[in-house]
Design a protein around this ligand. Structure first.
Ligand SMILES: Cc1cc2nc3c(=O)[nH]c(=O)nc-3n(C[C@H](O)[C@H](O)[C@H](O)COP(=O)(O)O)c2cc1C
Length: 232
């Protein structure tokens, strides 16, 4: 008969502890290698306004629903949660929305997105007129849900662009929306197919975004020192 030198319970306790330590170490390593969960600053930098997409990558209804699910947990004035979301990820519906959206006003007359690089999905954020005292109270809420959606898209390795330059009446007609739903912002979604470079903009320099001959898109951002009112 073999007599174990240690009590069997202690052995299992040490075994479980060793596995827990290995799990924590492996998770930390995975967090730091490419493809692992991103640091929040990096996610924010990755989350740009993309305007050219891989037309062969079809965003699914399920992915769009996951993005809208994120908005359920956003803050909302008086917690009224007044938005409803119209999802489009089929070519026919996308084809009704795309021509009504206006892109990169600062780069006109450049054609953006380029033909064949249109987004493969849209989320149309609508204010439900039957909720709350009027849309004016909720303009800030629109930004919060919209940014949550595009950050979520970036985290899923997709990309988006907020489109405020559209006619709500034309979108309502194209999508046959009920009169009580007012489109307030459109978010294009897809697999980005362009390079965007962030630039530090010294105080007083131009904030115009621009593209070079290779179609790389540059976005100047004000420096932290210029944003701070005190404690510079
Ligand atoms: C409320 C809002 C509305 C916008 N509307 C449009 C639009 O109609 N068309 C467009 O191409 N980009 C639009 N944009 C994207 C901005 O042009 C973009 O945020 C800006 O150029 C900075 O680029 P970045 O998002 O990559 O930092 C909008 C952004 C916001 C926040």
């Amino acid at each position: 008969m073999i007599i174990l030198p240690i009590n069997i319970e202690i052995f299992f306790l040490f075994d479980a502890l060793a596995k827990a330590v290995i799990y924590v170490i492996l998770k930390e390593i995975l967090n730091h290698i490419e493809g692992g969960p991103m640091d929040f600053l990096e996610l924010n930098k990755k989350n740009r306004s993309y305007r050219n997409y891989d037309a062969a990558y079809a965003v699914t209804e399920e992915q769009l629903k996951k993005l809208v699910e994120l908005t359920r947990f956003c803050p909302s004035s008086v917690n009224m949660q007044p938005f409803k979301y119209y999802l489009s990820c089929d070519p026919e519906t996308n084809g009704r929305i795309q021509p009504l959206t206006k892109w990169a006003r600062a780069l006109q007359p450049m054609e953006i997105p380029k033909p064949g690089h249109y987004p493969t999905a849209f989320i149309v954020i609508c204010y439900d007129e039957t909720i709350g005292p009027g849309v004016e109270r909720f303009w800030k809420d629109v930004g919060i849900v919209a940014q949550t959606i595009v950050l979520g898209a970036s985290e899923m390795d997709l990309g988006g662009c907020m489109i405020g330059n559209f006619s709500p009446a034309k979108i309502s007609a194209a999508l046959e929306l009920p009169a009580t739903l007012r489109p307030v912002l459109i978010i294009a979604i897809g697999k980005p197919k362009e390079t965007i470079v962030l630039l530090d903009a010294p105080a007083g320099s131009s904030l115009n975004y621009y593209r070079d001959e290779q179609d790389v898109h540059y976005v100047p951002k004000r420096m932290l020192s210029e944003l701070l009112i005190n404690k510079r």
